[in-house]
Design a protein around this ligand. Sequence first.
Ligand code: ADP
Ligand code: MN
Ligand code: MN
Ligand code: MN
Ligand code: MN
Length: 336
Amino acid sequence: MSYKAEYIWIDGTEPTALLRSKTKILADGAEPPVWGFDGSSTNQAEGHASDRVLRPVFTCPDPIRGGANLLVLCEVEEINGDPHSSNTRAMLRPIAEQYAAQESWFGIEQEYTFFKGSRPLGFPEGGGFPGPQGPYYCGIGADAIFGREIVELHLDRCLAAGLELSGINAEVMPGQWEFQIGPAGPLEVADHMWVARWLLYRTAEEFGVEATLDAKPARGDWNGAGAHTNFSTRAMREGYDAIITACEALGEGDKPMEHITQYGVGIESRLTGAHETAPWNKYSYGVSDRGASVRIPWQVEVEKKGYIEDRRPNANVDPYVVTRLLVNTCCAALEK
Ligand code: ADP
Ligand code: MN
Ligand code: MN
Ligand code: MN
Ligand code: MN
C-alpha cells in the first residue's frame, strides 16, 4: 500500500513569491524524505546546474485527498545543504530561537480577494461597478456576498488539516474575505499560513476562481487587502509597560522604514492614510485607533495587558519575514 505526499514550497518569483507543489508516492508509514526539483523553472536556479533540494519542515493531513495522504511544507536548499537565497524561513529560525524565552505569539489576519477573469468576484462582468462599500463587511445575502461556498470549503479543509485557524469574515469590498491564523509561535503561525494559502488557491481553483493577495486589487474608493499582525510576548500578556515598550521600539530610528520596506509589495498603494490605514511614511500607535500604524486593542488598555496589532503588513507579506522583524525589534527592546 502507498500514500500521496504533496510537497509544497515557496518559489523565487520576484517581487512576490508563488507557491508550487508536486506529488510523491510513498510506501505506507514511510516518512516524507528529502526530495528535489528543477529550480530553473521556479526562479531558483540557472539552467546549467538547476537541481534544488526540498527539505520537509511541516507535515499535516491532506484534507483534499483525505485518508493517509499528507501535505508536506518544505524549505528550499542548495545541493550543498545551504538555505537557498529565497528561503526566508531559514532566516527566521535563528531569531525565533534567540528570543524563544520571551514566548512570542502571533495572530495574522489574512485578507484576500477572489477574481473571476479580470474582475473581483461580485463586480459586474460586463463593466461598471457594484454599489459602494457598506453592506459587504460581515454581510449576508446574494447582493452582498460573493464566494461563500469557496470560503466555507476552505475553512473546513484548514480545520481538517489541523491548522490553527481562529476565524473568518467577509471584508469591506465585494469578493474580499479574511481568515485568521493564531495565536501561535513565529514558525508555527507562518508555516500554517503558507499551507492555508496553498489550500485557498487550490480550493478556489476548483471553482474556476483565482484568489489573490494583491494589496490594492481594485483602484479607487475600495479597501486594500492587508495582513494585520497581532503580536505579544509573555511580558506583554502580563503587563502594560511591555506593551508600550514594544510600540515605542517599532517607532525608533530606522525601524519604521526597515519594517515597511519588507511588509509586502505595493505598500504605498495601500497605506495611503485613507481606508482604515495610516500613511506608510508616518509611524504612529494608539489605543483602539484603526488609523494608526499599530493599534492597542481597547480591552488591552482596560486590562493593562495583552497584545498589539501591527496594521501595516500587506496581504502579500511573507509571514516568515513579518514575524522575524517583529521578534527582532520588539524582543530586543524588551530584553533591555
Ligand atoms: P480584528 O479585530 O483586528 O479584526 P481579529 O479577530 O481578526 O482582529 O484577529 C485577531 C487575531 O489576534 C486572532 O488571530 C487572535 O488569535 C490573535 N490574538 C489574540 N490574542 C493574542 C495574543 N495575546 N497574542 C497574539 N495574537 C493574539
Ligand atoms: Mn521530469
Ligand atoms: Mn480581523
Ligand atoms: Mn480585516
Ligand atoms: Mn485587524
